[in-house]
Each structure stands twice: as structure tokens, then as C-alpha cells.
Write a protein that binds this ligand. Sequence first.
Ligand code: GTP
Ligand code: MG
Length: 526
Amino acid sequence: MSPKFECSFNTISLRRISSVQNKDNTGKISKFEPFSEMVKRRRSEASRSVLFFLSEKSSIEDLIECCNTHGKVNNCFEFYQNGYYAIIEFKKKESISSLRERIYKPDILQQFQNELIYHRLFKYDIKSNQVSISHRKKNYINKEPLNSDLIKAICHADSVSHQIEMLANEQALRDEGVRMRFLSCTLIEEACRTMFPDCQVLPFGSSVNNFGKRNCDVDMYLDLNVEPGMIPIIQNTNFKVVFDEESATNERFATQNTLRTLSKYLKKCVPHCTNVYNILHASCPLVKFRHQALGLSCDLTANNRGAIHSSEMLHIYSKFDKRVQPLVFLIRHWGRYHGLTNKSPGMWITNYPLTLLVVAFLQTRPVPILPKFLDLISTDSSFDDIDYSFPNVKGFLQEANETTLADLLHEFFVFCMKFEFHNRGLSVRHGSDFINNTNFPLFIENPLVDNLNCCKNVTKTLVAKLKSSAAEALWVMDKAAFLNTTPWGIALLFLTPKKIDKIMKEQASGPYHEQVERVLDLFPKS
Ligand code: GTP
Ligand code: MG
């Protein structure tokens, strides 16, 4: 059997050879896998997985055969991106040690045992049937589809709602992307265990909340599992954990010290970790680095348990209704295209509050599509008691609102235009809006902490831009030409005003910006 590489946008391809599906005790595929179980399953898969760079695309069957001599192979994923790759998931972790023994002579293994443990990137050469450590410089790069390719693709859809679903499908993190991210956390965890034997490194943010794009960063949370105040120090070549009384009284100080030492360790001792630098004075101190072999940008944080909880919350909402994920993807892409969000820190809305804005919009429909966060947790703020019985959340009529994705998108833009952000804030926790009597031009409450604004950085100018971009979108969507131009539908939301002007010339009565001004005038000023 010769493997087939399916291509999508020529950037990535994936063929799943076999898989373990998420089954319950009766063998049926379960409807919803709770976040904690998903994380447990993914961590277990990652601890038994290695990444191979293949010399030729046709070598996969031989590679599986070769790996099978070291233990049963549970799963194999092959994909193309800047080269042919395969993730091999063994049934047992011990098979990885057996594979390393094949590569290294026993004395080398003995001498470098600690460092070799981090080697999970191998090279397989079909001609010699040899496995070796890959020192390849050009590594896996997780590219996201180009806007122009996305536009072409979604024009093949048969409705606007279908276009929105297609856009999300094309952008969303694939299974192999999730595996790579969990694999990176496992490798960093193994490294950190030199100092903190009981620590865990867990992914959070878009790698796990179902809103991640193919090239999204890996947000890592280091759970030390020790008394606050324990910090690692470097003594000659050894790393030692000590109890620092000063740090014990100041958790932030302890976190900064721990991260500082870990960054030195990543730089010096952990293979494939490059571009390591500290951002320790941020509100959430972190170490940024690039995992070269896996092609991932990573943010390592500690003492940040809340971020795991907010990821779990978004994970629940993403699964609650099938319209949530496509709508969030569309709004995130739209926000990025129109300069409302940005990767670098500044006055922009970040993806997290933008997602909360969409969730709050869905909660505040006359017939709500999502329940308030307080209805998902039975005791205030406790994640130990999440009600996973949904879609049967108490008193919440799921699917009572049957609005199509296309209509929801239109409603969202109207919502952005009408909502008086300077007077009112939005709370996902309570599923409602509230009086904003602060000076913040945008107040989106952090669902985990009452009354804490996660948009403190956002300026009045940016809120005005949100409104004018929504006005542009409405103007485009309300034109008859929206459905019968080429490109058509939501593809028009990702074109420059000049291009839209050209496409809609016949329908427009006056230049594009004047048209949009007229739409803006219909709504309250912020
Ligand atoms: P990407 O842009 O795809 O990386 O989305 P993301 O959801 O991963 O966002 P980001 O990497 O900026 O943040 C990671 C996680 O940190 C989010 O999902 C939230 O859980 C949390 N987070 C980010 N920004 C804030 C904030 O302003 N306040 C709070 N409380 N948590 C935040
Ligand atoms: Mg992120």
C-alpha cells in the first residue's frame, strides 16, 4: 500500500493511518470529552510519541515496520510541510527508550542519559533502514493558509453559512498540530523535572480551547507542585531547588526567579530550544522560546492556574453549540484583517477578549445561544464542580435559537454598532451587560474574577475602529451584490476597500467610505 498525501493549500497534508477514538465503557464514541479527560488522553499520547523526519515520502510503511521492532505502534500520522514527517505513537513509553538504544552505543547512553531523554526528533532513512537523530536545520513550519487562498476556497461554498464553516475548517488546528503541541509540553516537562520532579507542564490557550489556528503559539503553564517559595538555583553545573524565605512571601518574586533559572536551563541544556528570552516584568511573567524542531513558538508561564480554567471555559463553549467555533474563527480572522487584534502587545483587543465578546453576544440574544458561565459551574468559581451534563444545563433550552450562521454574523455586526461600549460592559460570567461606570472605553469582564476588566489596554480609538469595521461589514453584507459578485459573500470582508469599491461599483452611489459613514450615522455614537 503506497501512502497518499492529501494536499490542502499546498502547505500541509495529513493521513491518519489508524486511530484510537474517544470511546466510553460501552464502546460507543462519546459525545463530549471533558477538558480534563482530553488533556489526560493527549498527555498520555504525547509521552509515548516521537517525531520522524522521513527521507522520502514512500518510507512510511518501512518506518512503521522498523518501529514495531521496538514495541507496538498505536498510531501513525504522516504529513507534509517543508518535508515529510510522521508522528509515531507507541503503545508503551518504554519503546522510546528501546528506539534510543538502537541509535546510541551503551556508553553514550549512560553518559548523556539526562540530555538524551529530550531527543524525540529522529530521522529515518529508507535506503539504509537507519534511524538517527535529526540535525536538520530546516524544520517543520506550521503555516496558516494565506488570506488569498482562503478567499478562493470559500468562494466554492454554496451559502454564506457554509462559507463561515469552511473558513474555520481551513484554519483550525489539525490533530497533528495538537499532538505536536502536547509533545512540546511533554519535552519541556521532562526538562523541568530535573529540578522539580513532580512538576507538570500543561498547554492552555488556543492550543487546547478549540479556537486555535494552525500556526498558533503554545501557551504553557508550569505547575510546580511544591510549596510557594521553592526556587531552583544553579550551582556550578548542577541545578538545586532551595527554599527562599523571601520568595515564599512574594509569589510573583518566586515565579520570576524560577522562570529566570528555567530559561537559562532551556538555553543551555535542552535540545531544539532557541531564541529564549524572558519577559518577567509583564503582568503574567513568562519565558518565550522557539522549539526549533517542532516549529513552535512557546510561552512558558508559572503560577497561572486561572489560564487553564479560562481555557476550559472556552473549550466548553466551543462544544456547546456547533455555530460557536465557526463564528469565533470568522470574527478572529476579521479582527486580525482589520487591525483590531495584533500579535504584539499594545492598544489592541487580544484574541481572548475578542472571543469573550462573541460569547457574550451569543449569551445576550433575545433567545440565548449560550448559557451564562455561572450556570456551568455549580459552586462559584470552582472548576471542581463543572456541570458536564450539558447540553442539558439547568433551565437552558439548547437549540431554541435556530438563527443561521450567516444571520448571526450580520447580527454580530449590528450588535457591535449598537452597543454603547462607553456606558456598558459585558459579562460572560453573568451572561449579560452591566453599567460601565469606569473610564475604560471597553469593559469585558474576566469571567473568573468579578469586575476585572481584561481590556484595560484598549483605547477609545480602537473601539471606534471596531465600530467602523463593523459598519463596513454591514454595508457589504446588505448590498444585493454580496451574494452575486466574484468573489462573493464573506470573502468580501477580507478585501481592501479599494477592491470592494471596484467590485461593487454598479451598486454603490458614491465612494465607499461615504457609504460606510452613512451606515455609521444610523447607530449611536460611542
Ligand atoms: P492566540 O492569539 O491564538 O494565541 O489565542 P489565545 O487564546 O491562545 O490567546 P493568548 O495566547 O493571548 O492567551 C492565552 C490564554 O491566556 C487565553 O486563552 C486566556 O486563557 C489567557 N489570557 C489571555 N489574555 C488574557 C487577559 O487579558 N486576561 C486574562 N485573565 N486571561 C488572559
Ligand atoms: Mg496563545
